[in-house]
Design a protein around this ligand. Structure first.
Ligand code: GRF
Length: 351
């Protein structure tokens, strides 16, 4: 629409006792905040005209990287809205000449302004035309700048680490990983949760967290994890394109083909300060040895049990009167902090 067509619309409405509403802006990336604002503006009168900043004027206002969309595209998108009766493109930072020409009955402006903070030139033109100035409240958390920031942040963020987590017990470390992911401390996705124990806390947490969960049958001998089971685990991890395999109290010994396929990419958390107290009774063993301090270790898994490269450790004092349960509880508190921390640094760990 040309400015004179907009003026004709104003005069027509005026003759019929109607009111023309005018607002102006860049409308570079249309979002729900804009749409709601324009609907509200339209309800202040009988037709709504938008003064749209030209590409040149957007550059002047917002810098050389804007607009994202050219003026013709922006005008086309706006014109397609039910609330909008016409769009007039204007040059320059201010809509003053357009206001002077159209002389709208109502001027709508977003709530980051007050009548006092309007541009003095625009305000004078509105006052001279007897225009009713209406400040509309902004829709919270919606802005073009915010959308652009989110888009650029997600473009530059590294892809989340794809984790395959294995456990046989309570599952508290799995829960800690989920919490760390939820809170943004760990940029990862758990793409497989695997257990040899169908009724374990571990699998219940996995299922209620909506994780792809797998109960793997270890075979007829409960103390072993047979070849078919080893292959089954490898298949799941490979199909899910797992970056790092995380063992959190997985009580079966992993062998080929998993160890080969994920060499240097399998991590275990163990409840002692390795190399002290390897094996399944590490917490009780520290108490029995009369140690004053034990802790937990995050380490790489190799063929030799609890012997791969140590990535991080945390100490836990052994208190008078501690039994295995009370001590293990405090060790786990450290595990829940340490394991997500190590994984969050995974890409920086030298190979
Ligand atoms: C942890 O203490 C871990 O160190 C050990 O097994 C326990 C697993 O606990 N390897 P949870 O199932 O994660 O609660």
């Amino acid at each position: 629409m040309t400015p004179s067509e907009a003026r004709r619309l104003r005069d027509d409405l005026d003759r019929r006792g109607g009111r023309l509403v005018f607002t102006n802006g860049c409308f570079d990336l249309l979002h729900a905040g804009h749409v709601r604002y324009l609907q509200e503006a339209r309800h202040l009168g009988d037709a709504l005209i938008i003064g749209l900043n030209s590409d040149e004027s957007v550059r002047e206002l917002k810098g050389p990287t804007r607009p994202l969309n050219g003026e013709c595209d922006r005008a086309e998108v706006l014109s397609s809205l039910r609330a909008v009766d016409g769009v007039v493109i204007f040059n320059g930072k201010r809509a003053t000449p357009l206001i002077e020409q159209i002389q709208p009955h109502v001027y709508a402006k977003g709530g980051d302004y007050t009548p006092e903070t309007l541009d003095p030139g625009e305000k004078a033109a509105l006052d001279a035309a007897g225009t009713d100035i209406q400040i509309l409240s902004l829709v919270p958390n919606r802005s073009t700048t915010g959308i652009i920031q989110k888009m650029t942040a997600s473009e530059s963020a590294p892809a989340p680490l794809r984790l395959g987590v294995l456990g046989s017990g309570e599952g508290s470390n799995l829960r800690a990983l989920l919490d760390a992911i939820d809170s943004g401390r760990l940029n990862a996705r758990i793409v497989a949760a695997i257990s040899d124990q169908e009724d374990s806390g571990f699998l219940n947490i996995a299922k209620s967290g909506g994780l792809p969960s797998h109960a793997v049958d270890g075979g007829p001998n409960p103390r072993r994890f047979d070849n078919a089971a080893q292959q089954h685990v490898a298949d799941i991890l490979q199909k899910q394109q797992v970056d790092v395999v995380v063992l959190t109290g997985f009580m079966k010994i992993l062998k080929e083909p998993v160890l080969d396929a994920f060499a240097g990419r399998i991590v275990n958390v163990h409840p002692s300060l390795l190399p002290a107290h390897k094996g399944a009774t590490a917490v009780q063993d520290a108490i029995d040895a009369g140690d004053k301090v034990t802790g937990c270790t995050v380490h790489l898994v190799t063929r030799e049990i609890d012997a791969g490269r140590i990535l991080a450790q945390a100490e836990v004092p052994i208190l008078d009167g501690d039994d295995a349960a009370s001590l293990h509880r405090r060790i786990k508190e450290q595990e829940h902090r340490l394991l997500p921390e190590v994984l969050s640094q995974w890409r920086k760990i030298p190979g």
